[in-house]
Design a protein around this ligand. Structure first.
Ligand SMILES: [Zn+2]
Length: 74
């Protein structure tokens, strides 16, 4: 059993990550959910975060691992 970051911390990290389109950190909506099984096995993703930018309205997705490192953002 690994100790992984909580959903609350995952949200904080995601909010600190600039928007993939405009680089702003002003999110209108942030939704944190556990990574699905395929992603957790393939990338060791722990949390999957969906973001909607409050500035340009871009939808982006972030994958975070157990330690809160950002695996991908698009
Ligand atoms: Zn944006």
């Amino acid at each position: 059993m690994t100790t992984r970051i909580t959903a609350e911390i995952a949200e904080r990290i995601a909010r600190a990550h600039g928007c993939v389109r405009c680089g702003e950190r002003n999110y209108k909506r942030v939704k944190v959910s556990p990574a699905n099984l395929a992603a957790s096995e393939e990338f060791h993703e722990s949390w999957h975060v969906m973001l909607r930018c409050g500035v340009c309205a871009a939808e982006s997705e972030l994958g975070l691992d157990d330690e809160g490192d950002v695996l991908y953002a698009h």
